[in-house]
Design a protein around this ligand. Structure first.
Ligand code: ATP
Ligand code: MG
Length: 421
């Protein structure tokens, strides 16, 4: 029996995991600078939480969730996204009593049973953030987008493009959907089976279609921008002013609707290069009303979710992946008497923040240095019995073979001075 990772899941291995950590660390730093704090919700929840919030008719809930019966017969699902959990937590912990807007970020695995392909997995990862509170000021939407782009810039993602749209609210969207449905009925025969089905279940999703034969038909459908109510129209105009104020470039994509039911007004998406057809690296939008739908107080909300797998792929494909910080010192000890000093010195170097490899068993000098080379160490620190007796340690720079003797204090000082960040 040969075990393998389940289809659509994968191991993130070194050196890739180093890049993952750097990207996640960058997110933590940038989000903290915008005063967001981390929430770590559980990975599974009651199935009903997702069905209610995302929408029972959506693909995510209808086809893609990993749902199982727990031993007490309750229905549980692995989270396909985290906004529902954040809203559930907001209600459960009475966060509406906290001062100001509640600004939370999260990162972790999500689960959707989709057809695995490049940039699409069954266990994938998201980095996301949400703002919940009493205000729906467009400045919040714009600041969230600014933070997102600041993060992408710091992470090294070049040429990301931002699209925005407004999909109205409960005052104007229902009428638009009815109009859209009526227009879609007229062209039903020319549409594929998926879009035909969506005329009934979720007509907005037809706008998302990538089928070449449907594109000309979709171009002629009524556009929501022409059917927004006054307050949604004003909100969208102010959002654009706020984006311009921040020097953020964007394009308006009237077909940007997002797959989850709970969105209202602002929706946005970011597309990155190097990803083929799975090129959306972030989706987000406003979801005023979601907290209330889940049984909480009237609350405004906006957030986004970045597909971390795709972000990393894009960084790698565009050559922007940050260099891996490698092994600093390989401690080449030889002779029984040098072992104890080597262990102690390794600990000191590690405490000072250097990455150190200490061979667990004695090795022949040549073999030991050969391994230091293969591991990509910057330095080999040679500790033989002579070195222990004299207190002078030999540091060998592996790239050019230069050697120099140091006392322990001198060694630490030299390493600190030449430290690679
Ligand atoms: P897509 O149109 O690519 O299916 P989506 O609309 O389903 O995306 P969201 O639910 O908005 O995506 O999730 C936000 C982000 O999460 C996406 O932009 C994408 O980067 C990422 N994502 C979604 N599903 C997957 C998946 N199965 N594998 C990897 N990343 C994913
Ligand atoms: Mg999807």
């Amino acid at each position: 029996m040969k075990f393998q990772a389940i289809k659509g899941t994968r191991d993130i291995l070194p050196p890739d995991s180093t890049l993952w950590n750097q990207v996640e660390q960058t997110a933590r730093e940038v989000f903290a600078s915008y005063n967001f704090n981390e929430i770590r919700p559980p990975i599974f929840e009651q199935t009903e939480l997702f069905a209610r919030s995302i929408g029972a008719e959506t693909d995510v809930v209808a086809k893609e969730m990993y749902t199982f019966e727990d031993r007490d017969d309750s229905s549980i699902s692995l989270r396909p996204e985290a906004t529902a959990s954040v809203c559930r937590a907001y209600i459960e912990h009475g966060m509406q009593t906290l001062p100001g807007n509640v600004k939370l970020h999260y990162m972790g695995p999500m689960f959707r049973r989709e057809r695995p392909q490049k940039g699409r997995y069954r266990q994938f990862y998201q980095i996301g953030a949400e703002v919940l509170g009493q205000s729906d000021a467009p400045a919040i939407d714009a600041e969230v987008i600014e933070m997102l782009l600041a993060f992408f810039e710091k992470a090294g993602l070049a040429n990301a493009t931002l699209s925005v749209n407004s999909i109205g609210d409960k005052n104007c969207r229902p009428q638009y959907i009815e109009l859209l449905r009526a227009e879609l009925q007229k062209v039903k025969a020319q549409l594929g089976p998926d879009s035909q089905r969506r005329i009934e279940t979720n007509p907005l999703r037809v706008l998302d279609s990538k089928l070449p034969e449907e594109q000309a038909i979709i171009e002629n459908l009524p556009r929501i921008a022409d059917h927004l109510c006054d307050s949604c129209r004003t909100h969208f105009a102010k959002l654009q002013d706020e984006l311009k104020l921040r020097g953020i470039l964007y394009e308006i994509n009237w077909r940007l609707v997002r797959g989850l039911d709970y969105y209202t007004r602002t929706t946005f998406e970011i597309v990155a290069p190097g990803l083929g057809s799975q090129n959306a690296v972030c989706g987000g939008g406003r979801y005023d009303g979601l907290v209330e739908l889940l049984g909480g107080p009237p609350t405004k909300g906006i957030g986004f979710a970045i597909g971390t797998d795709r972000l990393i792929l894009s960084l790698q494909e565009t050559g922007k992946a940050a260099a891996k910080k490698g092994l600093d010192v390989y401690v080449a000890w030889m002779g029984e008497k040098s072992y104890a000093p080597a262990v102690k010195l390794a600990r000191k170097l590690r405490d000072s923040g250097f990455a150190v490899e200490l061979p667990p068993e004695e090795m022949k000098f040549k073999k030991s240095l050969g391994l230091a080379d293969k591991l990509g160490a910057r330095y080999a620190l040679i500790i033989g019995e002579d070195e222990v007796a004299s207190g002078q340690l030999t540091l060998k720079h592996l790239a050019d073979g230069r050697q120099q003797k140091y006392s322990e204090a001198g060694l630490l000082e030299h390493l600190r001075e030449t430290r690679q960040t």
